[in-house]
Each structure stands twice: as C-alpha cells, then as structure tokens.
Ligand binder design. Structure first.
Ligand SMILES: [Zn+2]
Ligand SMILES: [Zn+2]
Length: 145
C-alpha cells in the first residue's frame, strides 16, 4: 500500500469506518491519478481494473476522501465535480478544454500579486482566489484546422 492509501486506511479506522477493499480500490484510483477525475471517470477506471463499484459508493468514498483532506474537489461549472489528490504542491490554477475536457494546471506568481493588489484596492482582506481558463487546447485546435 502506498503512503496516501495507508493514510486513508488509518483515517477510516480512526473514524470507525469499515476499511473495505471497495473503498481502498476507489481511493487508490483517485489518489493515484495525476489528472482531475469525475466520479464517472473513477467508476470507469474501477471497472477496467475489474473492481467495479456502484456510483453511490464512489461518491460516498470520495466524500470521505475530501473530509480526510487527501482529495480536493473542483467545480469547473461543467455540471459535475472533479477530484484531484491534495498533493504538496502550492496553489495552482486550471485550463479546461471545452472539446476534450482535458484539465491542465499552471501556476503564475503574477496572479498572486495582482489578486493581492485588487483586494487591497477594495480594502478587502484576501484569503485566496480561483481561476479557470476555458477554451480549446492545442491538440484539439490542430484537429479543427
Ligand atoms: Zn482539447
Ligand atoms: Zn489541479
């Protein structure tokens, strides 16, 4: 078991929640992913690994993962949520391709500075910000031309 999965197992035990193979399989998919998966993506990946679980179980397990702080929920306004492991990486932003749905991450110090300045102008105490850039990725644009 890798360390993130091990932390999840101890979280379950500490909160008197059963450590089931199904829960561990779901956690393994989400925690081992480098992308931003939807619940449907998780269910599909489980199925391809021969460890099928119902969507309700997937959602319930993801909820526990979020509560444990191991997974972060993202809402890009697509009508469904996406989930990514809470890595030790600093705050980052996302680019979302409206054709293939691919999510790309980026970080730019200038955004940290400008949002601080904007907050100051409004005499606002800044806690954080969130930015999603919508558009089409280079690969999809190649297919369009
Ligand atoms: Zn694309
Ligand atoms: Zn991300």
């Amino acid at each position: 078991m890798n360390s993130a999965l091990e932390s999840f197992a101890s979280y379950l035990r500490e909160h008197n929640l059963p450590v089931t193979p199904q829960r561990l399989a779901i956690a393994d998919v989400v925690l081992g992913s480098a992308s931003h998966l939807s619940a449907d993506d998780v269910a599909r990946e489980l199925k391809s690994r021969g460890a099928a679980a119902g969507l309700a179980t997937v959602y319930r397990t993801i909820e526990v993962l979020i509560r444990s702080g191991l997974v972060v929920e993202r809402d890009f306004g697509e009508g469904f949520k996406r989930y990514e492991p809470a890595r030790d990486m600093p705050h980052h932003e996302h680019l979302l391709c409206s054709i293939c749905g691919r999510v790309t991450e980026f970080r730019d110090e200038r955004l940290e500075r400008i949002t601080t300045l904007i907050a100051e102008q409004h005499r606002f105490s800044r806690q954080g910000h969130r930015l999603v850039i919508y558009g089409t990725c280079a690969e999809c644009r190649r297919g369009l031309t």
